[in-house]
Write a protein that binds this ligand. Structure first.
Ligand code: C5P
Length: 235
């Protein structure tokens, strides 16, 4: 699989809206798309099969976090859906991440990419300290969780593009960084705080950028997507 790409976050609530949006992309190479909890829980696994059958690669963003046995069995189901990338919370422990990897691996040894969420960007350092009782600073915690993810044998982490260099430094250049928080230099930031442009994300070392509203809410989504690809892949 191409290990550098732009992933469109399809944050729509219905099948009809999602497929209408994807119908716009009459391109030779269909975009890699991210399906999140809202769409998956409202439409069920069939939405994954439908989008896959149209030729898209899929990052199924369900962020699993449960006991290892449950995660192993759930991952087996996701693997049979033939998604290309899925994820867990690193907070579930190394044992849970290893179980996820086992569940995901098919009989022929193939499997989707598996990445972990370190600390959600919505969790502030203050909340981490006061509510989660994690005493380290947030950057050390992110690097520590990324190192645990590497130890468990996963492929990489979701992180802010601004954290990608630190993660690569600790876990190696081959460890994937999947980074949301992408905005064009000439557009607004919406509710995202720590943002970078597609070109800057490439420079910092992101492997996959996840782009939502700059594409989904654009007047011309296909043109915006192609601009992202051009800036990020430099082609
Ligand atoms: O519209 P926007 O480009 O902000 O969408 C970014 C996507 O990446 C959304 O689906 C959001 O849930 C997801 N995401 C994020 N920050 C994280 C993890 C995921 O923005 N830390």
């Amino acid at each position: 699989m191409l290990n550098k790409d732009v992933i469109i976050a399809c944050d729509f609530s219905s099948r009809a809206q999602t497929l209408d949006f994807l119908d716009l992309f009459r391109l030779e190479r269909k975009p890699f798309v991210k399906i999140g909890m809202e769409l998956f829980y409202s439409e069920g696994p069939q939405i994954v099969r439908d989008i896959k059958s149209r030729g898209h690669k899929i990052f199924l963003d369900l962020k699993l976090h449960d006991i290892p046995n449950t995660v192993r069995k759930a991952m087996k189901v996701l693997s049979s859906l033939d998604v290309d990338m899925c994820n867990v919370h690193a907070a579930g422990t190394i044992e849970m991440m290893k179980a996820a990897l086992e569940g995901l691996t098919r009989e022929d040894g193939s499997r989707p990419l598996l990445i972990a969420v370190t600390q959600l960007t919505s969790t502030s350092e203050q909340r981490m300290r006061e509510e989660l009782l994690i005493g380290s600073d947030i950057n050390s915690t992110i690097i520590h969780y990324a190192t645990n993810t590497l130890k468990a044998g996963l492929d990489g982490v979701v992180c802010s593009p601004l954290e990608a260099a630190g993660v690569k430094g600790a876990c190696g250049q081959g460890f994937l960084t999947v980074t949301p928080g992408i905005r064009f230099a000439d557009s607004g930031s919406d509710d995202q705080v720590r943002i970078t442009t597609p070109a800057k994300a490439r420079e910092i070392g992101s492997d996959f950028i996840v782009v939502g509203r700059p594409v989904t809410a654009a007047a011309d989504p296909v043109a915006s997507y192609l601009r992202c690809v051009k800036e990020f892949l430099n082609d």
